[in-house]
Design a protein around this ligand. Sequence first.
Ligand SMILES: *Cc1c(COP(=O)(O)O)cnc(C)c1O
Length: 230
Amino acid sequence: MISREDFLSRLAELRAKIANACTSCGRNPDDVSLLPVTKNWPIDAVRYCQDASLSRVGENRVQEALSKQDQISGISWELIGHLQSNKVNQAVGRFARIQTLDSLKLIRKVQTASERIDQKTSLLLQINAGNDPAKYGFSIEDAPYALDEVLCCSHLQVDGLMTIAPYAPDDPSVARNCFQKLVDLRDKLCQIHGIKLSELSMGMSGDLEEAIGCGSTMIRVGSALFGTRT
Ligand SMILES: *Cc1c(COP(=O)(O)O)cnc(C)c1O
């Protein structure tokens, strides 16, 4: 695990990169929030974030997140990894937001679990905007049905959409196309349903500039902040 000093210099570098990307496309850096991704790193990664006044972290596995939550308080958690149906009851109530609602079955299960604890769950619909067979998420075509379902659920609050671009480090246009599709879908859904979907969670360490250029409101960053695990 990297030192705190190293983390702080990576954070400063990342913020400069975000600011530059915003300048290039005429956006206000305050409109792009940073979700540090602490998955696979020990609790110290979460402490670094908290001490740097970052108010939330992203985790991709329920078990790992819950065990970290038991070790620290005063920071909020977002689930960014696929949620298995058999983990729904454990997860609901423990995350400020679940970004990975990716099937109708899961939507219903999260609604039922939220009803049971009488608490609204905030969520994003995960969209496989890059049509990548290796990724979870609703297809662009199925997204309107998913949104219909969520809007009928008393205990679900949909804040927006999330996507993970196909891995194509040598061709930034792949990520850009994927992000642009998510933006177009969001605009279309808002128009059809007459609602606001203000959150667009897209962009990671390798494609955050493309994501910001397309209108991302939240980038999820792991390796640029914490390094890569060997
Ligand atoms: C791991 C992960 C990230 C962070 O990826 P980096 O490339 O390390 O920045 C972002 N989003 C999701 C869904 C992830 O699983």
